[in-house]
Design a binder for this molecule. Sequence first.
Ligand code: 13P
Ligand code: SF4
Length: 310
Amino acid sequence: IDPTLDLFAEIEKLKKEKNAVILAHYYQDADIQDIADYIGDSLGLAQQAEKTTADMIVFAGVHFMAETAKILNPSKKVVIPDFQAGCSLSDSCPPPLFKQFKEQHPDHIVISYINCSAGIKALSDVIVTSSNAKVIVDSFPQDQKIIFAPDKNLGAYINKVTGRDMLLWNGACMVHEIFSLEHITKLKMQYPNAKLLAHPECEEPILKIADYVGSTTGILKFSETDDAQEYIVATETGILHQMMKNSPHKTFIPAPPDNGCACNDCPHMKLNTLEKIYLCMKYERPAIHMEETLRLAAKKPIDKMLAISA
Ligand code: 13P
Ligand code: SF4
């Protein structure tokens, strides 16, 4: 790729030429967020993917998100900047193993977090995201037996706030499970007026001391409307870009992980770059393809979620 190329201009040109739309998750690098047509959390991105009239969806996120876009809008070409951009949480739940687990509990329905493969979605009754999980779980009778997959931290949090005892698959997100309670406690002492904002994929001790728990959109909105001036943010660092943009007078401090790094980046999300966006738009690959039987089976529980969250 020619190093003198103005990637911002070239990508804008390709958007028009190919009638393409760029959907980006908040965990993407700042320059990718800036070139995106829509930035959002998993629910917002799925809703946008379903309703777009563009011919090409460029999904700046991870594989399961692009897959969800294809499931919802199969006539569009869905391209992803890096096919290797997976998700540790999704990988923690292989469909053959989960199928066995499900068969061991035939009296349970399956509620799955959207961070899973199409194969897991096809085995689920309804999909949830971090922004609608409580409402959707609440829509079932209190005595309904439920398997919740794949995130045990989100599942435990939803059990707590709904007073349920859902059976949890033992999966976790490699980014959110490594926040350090010790480092966060020290930061809270250093910034006594700062509020702690946490994503429900974090472990219980972090959620317990958080002032607000919610999806990335929830965290962002809270930081805009709340009256505190300082926030410690326990989710992937990419979200800070929009927070600082929308509330420039406030201070946002990324919560440190326990691996010695100052920030907590998702290695999968961060595989995407502007160069790769340009290339996937130009060559229209890698693209998501899916077998129609699997797509239809995976679509059913997503449609149910979108109907409840409309
Ligand atoms: P949301 O943006 O839907 O809160 O999801 C967070 C996440 O981990 C996505 O991979
Ligand atoms: Fe998966 Fe966690 Fe990365 Fe989100 S932040 S894509 S859940 S590994």
